[in-house]
Design a protein around this ligand. Structure first.
Ligand SMILES: [Zn+2]
Ligand SMILES: [Zn+2]
Length: 134
């Protein structure tokens, strides 16, 4: 059964997965803020092999190991991918049903925008997430 499905604004890029996510997280780091063009990056983390993506993707390495993918036609931000760890984070805004997102942590809250008040009781990490490589 398809668990998550989504794509870009112009519909040229589509993806889907039948796997359960490794986790669902909100990253408040400044690089995600730039890359996503928003105050934080909410994403669903999966194994790369569990996600099938079709369409014109362009990628950019924002660090040595983190590659960010967007539609080369409309520019929608679709994922961040760390091949060394075998994981890919799908942007929640690109899901067909973003309301399916069930976050389980916040990280890089040391870079969080001061006007953003976190109202849930989920774990918050000042820097990266606890699971190494994810
Ligand atoms: Zn597109
Ligand atoms: Zn980030």
């Amino acid at each position: 059964m398809t668990r998550f499905r989504g794509g870009c604004l112009c519909k040229a890029v589509r993806y889907e997965t039948t796997a359960d996510p490794l986790n669902q997280r909100v990253c408040h780091c400044s690089e995600c803020q730039k890359a996503i063009g928003a105050a934080f990056n909410a994403c669903v983390l999966l194994r790369i092999d569990d996600v099938s993506i079709t369409g014109p993707i362009m990628t950019f390495y924002s660090s040595e190991t983190l590659e960010r993918g967007s539609c080369s036609r409309c520019g929608s931000s679709i994922f961040s991918r760390r091949a060394s760890a075998g994981v890919i984070g799908l942007t929640v805004g690109s899901l067909d049903e973003p309301s399916l997102f069930e976050p389980d942590m916040h990280f890089w809250v040391s870079s969080k925008q001061p006007w953003l008040k976190i109202a849930d009781s989920l774990p918050q990490y000042p820097e990266g997430p606890p699971s190494k490589g994810y």
